[in-house]
Design a protein around this ligand. Structure first.
Ligand code: ATP
Ligand code: MG
Length: 246
């Protein structure tokens, strides 16, 4: 049988923003199909830049990004990725249901199909009571859930979650973990960024550490603990990022 293309293949990716900021330099990263992959690093390390390159939201300076073997700027690549952005960017004039249906339309779903899928997502993410409410009237946690529901609308094979649990309470975090785990069990590839190290340790099969636009390590949590001689992922993080030991 033909081996499937990796979900993500990044080769020598460099991104320099117009103001001169070098956000990524010669980054290589391969994420296998079906993986649950974590990307960890401090504020400004380049995580969102990398994600934006994968989702074709920025022009890269040099390098190559392939999604399931297709260049990131192709329709095929864009259709196979679902992104829940770090910034909650919901259209304030749309209701919950419209948000989902329009997104489906944007990805080429027919009206009936998009409405049926939206109804499913509203059910899954427990948004039934708010289906006809405009997004500014949602609580923060509901917005996070809608963001995730929207990312999943077109059944992407690769789901990218950029700090999905930032500012989320304990209960919703557990719920989001359950949803994300289920997705992964169904075969979806997950790329997750988070500042909650225990979240990465609990969920991710493999973790890459990024610092100042450079990928400095990539391994299982256990492998990282061994390599850096730490008892916890927090020990690893402190050492890898060159932070003063607390
Ligand atoms: N549009 C932009 N123009 C100029 N510089 C940018 C732009 N977007 C990001 N940067 C810079 O690129 C670097 C990497 O930013 P990025 O958002 O990728 O970091 P991050 O790892 O996602 O951080 P965080 O954990 O805070 O979300 C930072 O120095 C940031 O200021
Ligand atoms: Mg970010």
């Amino acid at each position: 049988m033909l081996q499937s293309a990796p979900a993500l293949e990044i080769r020598e990716l460099t991104k320099r923003y117009d103001d001169g900021t070098l956000a990524l330099e010669d980054t290589d990263l391969t994420v296998p199909d079906g993986a649950f992959f974590g990307l960890l690093g401090p504020n400004g390390a380049g995580k969102t830049t990398l994600i934006n390159a994968v989702c074709n939201l920025i022009r890269v300076t040099s390098g190559e990004v392939l999604v399931f073997g297709e260049p990131a700027d192709t329709l095929a690549a864009r259709r196979s990725v679902g992104l829940a952005e770090q910034d909650i960017n919901l259209d304030r004039f749309l209701t919950v249901e419209e948000t989902l249906v329009y997104h489906g339309g944007y990805f080429g779903m027919a009206g009936d199909e998009a409405r049926a899928r939206a109804a499913d997502m509203i059910e899954t993410f427990d948004l039934r009571a708010k289906a006809d409410v405009r997004t500014p009237k949602l609580s923060g946690g509901m917005r996070r859930r809608l963001l995730l529901a929207r990312a999943l609308m077109h059944r992407p094979r690769l789901v990218i979650l950029d700090e999905p649990t930032a500012g989320v309470d304990f209960e919703l975090r557990q719920e989001l973990w359950t949803y994300i785990r289920r997705l992964h069990e169904e075969g979806t590839t997950i790329l997750l960024t988070t500042h909650y190290l225990e979240e990465a340790e609990t969920l991710c099969e493999e973790i890459a550490l990024i610092r100042d636009g450079e990928l400095i390590a990539r391994d299982t949590a256990e492998g990282l603990r061994e390599r850096y001689g730490g008892n916890t992922l927090a020990d690893v993080y402190v050492k890898a990022m060159g932070m003063p030991v607390p």
